[in-house]
Design a binder for this molecule. Sequence first.
Ligand SMILES: CCCCCCCC/C=C\C/C=C/C(=O)SCCNC(=O)CCNC(=O)[C@H](O)C(C)(C)COP(=O)(O)OP(=O)(O)OC[C@H]1O[C@@H](n2cnc3c(N)ncnc32)[C@H](O)[C@@H]1OP(=O)(O)O
Length: 723
Amino acid sequence: MMADYTVRDQVAVIELDNPPVNALGSAVRAGIYDGIRKADRDPNIKAVVICGKRGTFCAGADIREFDGGKNGPWITDIGDFIDNMKKPVVAAIEGFALGGGLEVALFCHYRIALKTVRVGQPEVQIGLLPGGGGTIRLPRATGLKNALDIITTGNHVPAEKAAKMGIIDQIVTGDIIEEGIKFVKSKCNIDTSLVCLRMKTVKYSGDLDDISEAAMTKVKSKFKGAIAPIVCVKSVINSAKMPYEKGIDTEKEHFQDLRHSSQSKAMRYAFFAERAITRWQLPSGGNYKTAKPLPVKTSGVIGAGTMGGGIALCLITSGIPCILVEQNQQFLDKGLEIVKAQLMRTVQLGKLSTEQAKKCFTMLKPTTNIEDLKNVDLVIEAVYEDLKLKREIFEKLDRICKSETILCTNTSSLHIDSIATATKRQSKVVGTHFFAPSYIMKLLENIYGTKTSAETVATVMKLGKTIKKVPVLVGSCTGFVANRMLKPYSEEAQYCLEEGSTPSIVDTVLMDFGMPIGNFQVSDLSGLDIGFRIKREAARKAGVELSKNSRFFLGQRNCGLIEKLYEAGRMGKKNGKGWYKYESLNGKPIVDPEVTMLIEEHCRSLGIERRNIGSQEILERMQYAMINEGFKILEEGLCTMAEEIDVIWIYGFSWPKYMGGPMYYASQIGLKKIYEKVCYYHKTFPYSMHWVPSSLLAKLSQIDLPLSEWGDVAQGRKLVNKL
Ligand SMILES: CCCCCCCC/C=C\C/C=C/C(=O)SCCNC(=O)CCNC(=O)[C@H](O)C(C)(C)COP(=O)(O)OP(=O)(O)OC[C@H]1O[C@@H](n2cnc3c(N)ncnc32)[C@H](O)[C@@H]1OP(=O)(O)O
């Protein structure tokens, strides 16, 4: 049994025991069910405490069971039994009560919790609804409005707030079991039916149909394309519409449908992928188990632009004091304004109180003197992408900073070694690639150089977590993983334009797929000058001319449209015209006939015949080219597992979690089909390097291996016979 049963002072104590988070696997459910029946039968038992071992109550159902699943009592059998018990049952909560964990607590007559507890129904984040009575019982505990909010967002609720909402009956301090026993003994004379949630009505104000419609509209716009939030709303509304039993039965049906849905399967994959990538390893042998992170108690950021300012904000809002360095007072003042404005926005969003924001701001020390960084534990350089400048800064930092200081570069494309070699501490130099806007975007691409030590990697991986990012470790190459994969994706989008499509058609195809924003809208947001400069720099390095009228550049297919738009003064959203036009800085993209004409003229002048390109072709070309690049990245050992690539796309480019990430998506389509299509496009477009098929993809397309083993095959950790 995975729930311990002991008796103390005539109280049965049922302790959930399933490391690490007491997930409600079938054995745990059986343990609780048997425990309450035993306690009910025993005349010497007056009351029951349900609690969890190892400082936590329960993190919900065992997510791994959802794919097949062992039998065992259904979770609501426990609730049905407790509902008929005369002996009081209390949930004594410490740590977390999430998902099925909170549902078990809601089966109990009472809930007490330590102040540090967090409760929630996060099922929606793995494409499910709370299928153990949560959508029917939580509204009875806290009212329809709160329940809708908790269940459709999946957000955790801190204990004191949960108490105010009526979810927790009492906040306690001290030993949770002792407190539970004391509490439940004081309730032995109370008629349990009076406190049983099943018996309560659901409180709400207004018209139920209006509430339902408003909630539907909200979730459809907030979680575009996701099914689970819609089903969550339906089921919570049922709690007020239907008798308890009917509500529970309908909820179970919804739960089973969602459990088998492709969206939930993808989101469950993403849940474990996010955890798998924390188990990083370096080619040199260091890994997450053996390497110890250094403490980062103080930090510095160089560059107070939007990127640097945002990074500094991440640090101070996570309690790490930061010295922000700019080259002159004017730039520094401008940067500080950006930081202040962002902090104020955080206050407006209710994420920080005014007091907390003020306190954070005191942790920021602005300066124009780089020497002020001499004693900090870690510095993040965030100046613009110029190798010479970055090398100069690193050479200076190496001289100024104490020998233990870790030096990070926020580069999006430059090789780490090309910067690290400016110092005499290459083992302490590492890439930390933040994504714009750096305060908001969750991804942190950490990049090791040839000599970066495991200790340095461990430090930036831990720092990433501390500042609430999702850190992913990758090897160094041009563009690293994120931008390297983005390149073929965006190039194919442009080729589709010159072959017959338009920016709005391409973007609509992507958004219909589930991307929150299209490729050309992103390009307008970052600025067309960026794309233009990258190309100009590549041409300069290669010692060739950049020609907007040539169909070839450096031996590869070229599309000169960016150059033409740039020359026409179209810089993107910042000046109101790019691939689209904009009426204001916050305005929506509007199709601009001038751009259509420009594209058509481009094609005429180069003799390119335009044709109708279907949405399937657009999607396939952009995605398969990028997926093929993903396999090359695995093949080259820049990632050690395919999960890393998926997490990068989910958190760096907002790939919909319910599609799992590009590599997971590829696994669902089938690698054989992807490989054949890549070969077909390679034949059709021989001058695009990105269509040269990855040999790893070729290998894997012949066998049926789970995605979790692709990295092992790539790196020879798994040998496959037939190959
Ligand atoms: C035939 C089908 C039978 C089905 C029977 C179903 C009965 C119940 C019916 C329905 C309704 C209930 C549904 C649910 O409860 S769904 C689950 C809802 N809960 C969650 O989504 C919470 C998930 N967990 C977390 O958010 C976090 O883990 C955390 C906040 C609890 C702790 O965070 P942290 O300290 O950062 O630790 P990790 O995230 O790294 O987790 C540690 C370790 O534990 C694994 N793990 C966590 N939660 C679960 C879980 N619910 N099931 C299985 N495993 C879990 C996690 O994966 C880590 O392990 P690792 O991958 O090996 O590293």
